[in-house]
Design a protein around this ligand. Structure first.
Ligand SMILES: *Cc1c(COP(=O)(O)O)cnc(C)c1O
Length: 411
């Protein structure tokens, strides 16, 4: 019989969202009249911007005409999209990123996992705690860890705790690590990193020959003009960083699928014979071999984000969610809860009151307010005692959910 990749057996069986689902279903069955509001899963709710829709409809028509029909496109993405991204997202902010360094993909989740294809198996890997689970699980699957302990921490990974004590930004490690995952604005804590903080990471990475894997999926939600949107705003980052971006959260593409990864040509890592190898070449080879590009129609939709109308519509969409975040912050604060995030990110990170565990607070909120959030402990051991509330919802749901919370908790 064929054998399996044993590393999959080390994975803590996709625990968080199934367990939330189980508890919500049990509650709903026992309380059929309850109007449950879900502020849990990090998916967008509002429809696609008109500019994107129109561009995709036009692209479908092009595909229906022999003269303008497109077959396979470039594996790296169409030049017209890569150029627009380079100009608008990077060069306009003073980042030295060329269109040829941008790889279009069908999602940042996939890219964050796939990037491990081009790295060795002996790297020391650092993640923050709490963390977006994809970074951890993909390393487990690739065999970069040992087993998980009872706290869910995998042997061999370096966990960098983030909490109120360090302003939710990881401290630079004392030891040497080779790959570092950073996500700012952060999912799940909603925290941001200043230029100074990112500069410290870039300096660390350059002095240790490490690579920063920077996830900027939420950069569009930054409201503070002082905060960096890209790691490439930091001097020296071209020599030590890869950046992941996505159209999922800013343009509502979670179901449409389009993202990008920036691999600078200057970026190098070591081969076992001691030579330096350009990572751009490896990623280009990886993508050309294992990927056949994003749908032409979807790339036209993504391109429309950069039109004048598209820019205005995306801004409106982001502002809508950020007003939700602001309502959540204000109402929860009024309810006497300590809240973090939600100013430059669509997530509010709530300290559970009275020392309740994350899951106890989850149950309390579900049972007393019929509101579903996400227990912080599901994102890592250091998330215990916290709770994530997402601003991705309708205004009506946000207002109703926060009204219920204020009512129950104020008393
Ligand atoms: C939503 C999200 C992404 C985007 O993933 P896609 O696959 O592009 O939809 C990436 N990173 C984080 C942390 C996210 O929350």
């Amino acid at each position: 019989m064929a054998s399996i990749n044993e590393n999959y057996l080390k994975l803590k069986a996709g625990y968080l969202f199934p367990e939330i689902g189980r508890r919500v279903t049990a509650f709903a069955e026992a309380n059929p009249a309850a109007k449950i509001i879900r502020l849990g899963i990090g998916d967008v709710t509002e429809p696609l911007p008109v500019a994107c829709r129109e561009a995709m409809i036009a692209a479908v028509e092009e595909m229906g005409d022999r003269a303008s029909f497109k077959g396979y496109g470039p594996e790296q993405g169409y030049g017209w999209l890569r150029e627009k991204i380079a100009q608008h997202d990077f060069q306009a902010r003073g980042c030295d990123v060329d269109a040829s360094e941008i790889f279009i993909s069908d999602g940042s989740k996939c890219d964050c996992g796939n990037i491990l294809d081009i790295f060795g198996s002996d790297n020391r890997i650092a993640v923050t705690d709490p963390v977006y689970p994809v970074y951890v699980d993909t390393n487990v699957m690739a065999g970069h860890t040992g087993d998980a302990n009872e706290r869910g921490e995998y042997e061999g990974l370096v966990y960098l705790p983030i909490s109120a004590d360090n302003n939710f930004t990881a401290e630079i490690p004392q030891e040497k690590v080779d790959l570092i995952y950073l996500c700012f604005p952060n999912n799940p804590t909603g925290a941001t990193a200043t230029k100074e903080h990112l500069k410290a990471w870039v300096d660390y990475a350059r002095s240790h020959g490490s690579i920063i894997l920077f996830d900027a999926a939420y950069e569009a939600f930054i409201t503070d003009p002082e905060l960096p949107h890209s790691i490439f705003e930091i001097e020296g980052a071209r020599e030590c960083a890869i950046e992941f971006r996505s159209f999922s959260k800013n343009a509502g593409f979670t179901g449409t699928r389009c993202a990008l990864t920036v691999v600078p040509k200057a970026l190098k890592a070591k081969a076992s014979d001691g030579s330096d190898v350009e990572l751009w070449k490896l990623w280009n080879r990886r993508q050309s071999t294992k990927f056949n590009g994003v749908s032409y129609i979807v790339q036209r939709g993504a391109e429309a984000v950069y039109s004048e109308a598209g820019q205005a519509q995306v801004k409106e969409l982001v502002n809508f969610y950020m007003e939700n975040a602001s309502i959540i912050r204000a109402q929860l604060t009024a309810a006497g809860l300590q809240v973090y995030g939600g100013i430059n990110a669509p997530y509010v990170w709530v300290k559970t009151p009275n020392g309740l565990s994350s899951w106890d607070f989850f149950d309390k909120l579900l049972h007393t307010c019929n509101v579903v959030g996400t227990p912080g402990s599901g994102f890592g051991a250091a998330g215990e005692g916290y709770f994530r509330i997402s601003a991705f919802n309708s205004r009506e749901n946000v207002e109703e959910a926060t009204r219920r919370i204020t009512e129950k908790f104020k008393a």
